[in-house]
Write a protein that binds this ligand. Structure first.
Ligand SMILES: [Zn+2]
Length: 178
């Protein structure tokens, strides 16, 4: 498979981003939302930084560290399906992690397919002080309220609202699957 449509970066043994390949700018445009600082994610600024510095919640960090350790230890590649929805699209993504020499890793993000998200759901990162904050899984993008994890469109219908203030975590299903 060519790198067309994929975003690829390499990590050194410390998980510092040491090489970027593929459609980085396109990936950023598609995946940067209002709560991320676009300028700070540009290619030249990202090189040399630790991947973890772009992940804000502890559970997602832990999960990725587990996957990275698995790939380094077994020297086997691993694919991690995840979602990266926009307000009106469910986007099914795959993150593939391959071992490199010297405990390095090559990480590729590819969009597999998308479906309309109907009704559209607007996500705000953390509360601005107005309204309650709910959990959102950074892997499957489901939203939790009252211990039920629902697809964003199901959550919107169930609670009759089209926007949520969220904090990120990893839901029990994704934590156990990985
Ligand atoms: Zn999940």
């Amino acid at each position: 498979m060519s790198s067309q449509g994929s975003t690829i970066y390499e990590l050194d043994t410390e998980n510092q981003i040491c090489h970027i390949d593929g459609d980085w700018d396109q990936f950023l445009q598609a995946n940067t939302n209002q709560h991320q600082d676009y300028e700070n994610l540009k290619k030249r600024r990202v090189l040399g930084n630790k991947l973890e510095s772009y992940i804000h919640d502890t559970n997602t960090k832990m999960l990725l560290q587990t996957v990275f350790a698995y790939v380094r230890q077994t020297q086997q590649r691993k694919a991690l399906p995840y979602r990266c929805d926009s307000a009106d699209q469910k986007r099914y993504m795959s993150m593939q992690i391959e071992p490199l020499a010297d405990a390095g890793l090559r990480v590729s993000h590819t969009q597999l397919r998308s479906e309309p998200l109907d009704p559209p759901v607007v996500i705000h990162f953390e509360s601005t002080g107005n309204g309650e904050t709910v959990w959102r899984c950074s892997i499957c993008n489901r939203i939790e309220s009252e211990q039920v994890w629902l697809e964003p469109d199901e959550a919107a219908q169930r609670w009759c609202r089209n926007s949520f203030n969220v904090s990120y975590t990893v839901c029990p299903v994704c934590m156990n699957t990985v």
